[in-house]
Design a protein around this ligand. Structure first.
Ligand code: ZN
Length: 482
């Protein structure tokens, strides 16, 4: 069935902006807090309270628009989207309708090694609603619900894509890339599990080769990357099966049940309100000058794509490694800092992707919180290059560095890990190993070159990893010829 039908997907991503205060009042945007403590007459929608636009929200929206290659509208405005729900005290959401701040952008994603361009229809600014806290687990098994208005008025950006996405995997790649950009721009923390990034998935199917769109459903508020992929794959299959069985897809709003791995119908679209949008009379339109846009463009940080290109061309990393090391800005910064401290980029990359990633993941940290600083990693790499420690010993040193926060020099001195480069000392061990292992020695002399590997291993073991491997090899070759 999957080859007969094509899936058409458009995504609406809502992201909370990391401003200190809400979009139209001075209340804090901090997550959590006792219920209804981050509120004031404005965000509670009390009569007569007037909104004042937080300039940071516009600044952040321009940054995101530029990073997503959008046109920034010099003249844009807020509108009221009218509907009733208990989490919305004003009975309207202040949003943008026909003149949003950004239009016509695009984002390039990579799936299976191929680049694909996904169109961005628009980006608009709006306020978040409050949160219902049900007495039971779900609304249907609750006798009552409380409403917490702490989140009411937290600034949101809604980023709407064109229906250019064709699979769950592409959708996941798109949201992942988008989240990375939002984090690079430092406008959103992009934490999906806390709801600061949420995704509505518009999905329809059509016979492959046709161009007309099928009837679409909208699956609301999917809040994990794998959830997005699974919800879309489930929904596409459900619709295809329905059509195959002679049925018809209803245009409806659905919800993703992560535990069951299915989407569920919530309401039919034709039951939905006409929102009666009209211009917000309490706020003046927003005017943005060319100078402001150019200043914002010049202040954009280096984003992931540019970093990947630089890591490949300047640092000689593989594209694959560069991609992994740039998903998070803090990881990319760590690499840059270690290189600036004098270490070879490729070597830094190997340690970051290997031992260091392991310790960071085990402790649930990011590279920004690594207990081995980039400077200390560079210091350790310098000791390997100078021959003070072997690569093998370094694996122990980095663990001690992590545990103690000390630099490599100090640890190597304190723990007596300096590599033995004294020929005399190694000679003693080599002679001993040759005497104790007649069979491998015999094998080597009989022409089995590989046998020397075993003997090197024995010498390293005897020296507790401290012998210089190059010297060991050299001395073994010498004595075995005798
Ligand atoms: Zn407020």
């Amino acid at each position: 069935m999957s080859s007969k039908y094509e899936t058409v997907i458009g995504l609406e991503v809502h992201t909370e902006l990391k401003t200190k205060s809400k979009i139209f009042c001075g209340c804090t945007t901090e997550f959590g807090g006792d219920q209804n403590t981050h509120v004031c007459p404005v965000c509670l929608g009390l009569p007569g309270a007037m909104p004042v636009l937080n300039k940071k929200v516009v600044e952040f929206a321009i940054k995101v628009g530029l990073a997503l290659n959008c046109d920034i509208l010099h003249f844009n405005k807020f509108d009221r989207k009218n509907y009733y729900y208990p989490d919305l005290p004003k009975n309207y959401q202040t949003s943008q309708y026909d003149l949003p701040i950004c239009l016509n952008g695009h984002l390039d994603i990579e799936v299976n090694g191929e680049t694909k361009r996904i169109g961005i229809t628009r980006i608009h600014m709006e306020e978040d609603a409050g949160k219902l806290v049900h007495s039971g687990n779900t609304i249907s098994d609750s006798n009552s619900s409380n409403v917490d208005y702490n989140r009411t008025g937290v600034p949101l950006l809604e980023i709407v894509s064109e229906p250019d996405i064709r699979s769950g995997a592409e959708a996941k790649a798109y949201v992942e890339k988008l989240r990375s950009i939002l984090q690079y721009l430092e406008v959103s923390d992009g934490r999906m599990e806390e709801g600061s990034l949420r995704c509505d998935c518009n999905v329809s199917v059509r016979l492959r080769g046709t161009t007309e769109f099928g009837t679409r459903t909208e699956t609301k508020n999917v809040n994990s990357l794998t959830g997005i992929q699974k919800a879309i794959e489930y929904e596409a299959l459900r619709q295809a099966k329905l059509i195959e069985a002679g049925g018809k897809v209803d245009q409806e709003t659905r919800t993703w049940d992560d535990a069951q791995g299915i989407t569920l119908g919530m309401r039919k679209k034709d039951e939905e309100n006409d929102y009666r949008y009209f211009p917000e009379p309490d706020l003046v339109p927003i005017v943005i000058t060319d100078e402001e846009i150019e200043a914002a463009r010049n202040a954009l940080p280096e984003l992931q794509d540019a970093k990947i290109a630089r890591f490949v061309s300047e640092y000689d990393l593989s594209r694959e490694d560069a991609t992994i090391l740039t998903v998070a800005k803090v990881t990319a910064n760590y690499l840059d800092e270690a290189v600036n401290a004098g270490a070879d980029p490729k070597t830094v990359s190997n340690w970051m992707l290997g031992d260091l990633s392991k310790m960071i993941n085990e402790n649930n940290l990011t590279f920004a919180q690594s207990k081995v600083s980039p400077e200390n990693l560079a210091g350790m790499i310098a000791l390997i290059e100078k021959g003070t420690i072997s690569g093998k010993i370094a694996k122990k040193v980095i663990v001690s560095m992590w545990e103690t926060g000390k630099d490599a020099d100090t640890i190597v001195k304190e723990e007596g890990l300096v590599q033995i480069t004294d020929t005399g000392a190694i000679e003693e061990i080599v002679k001993q190993v040759i005497a104790n292992n007649p069979q491998p020695v015999e094998d080597f002399k009989g022409g089995n070159g590989k046998a020397i590997g075993f003997l090197v291993g024995q010498v390293m073991k005897e020296s507790k990893g401290r012998a210089n491997p190059g010297l060991v090899n050299e001395l073994l070759q010498k004595f075995l010829k005798d």
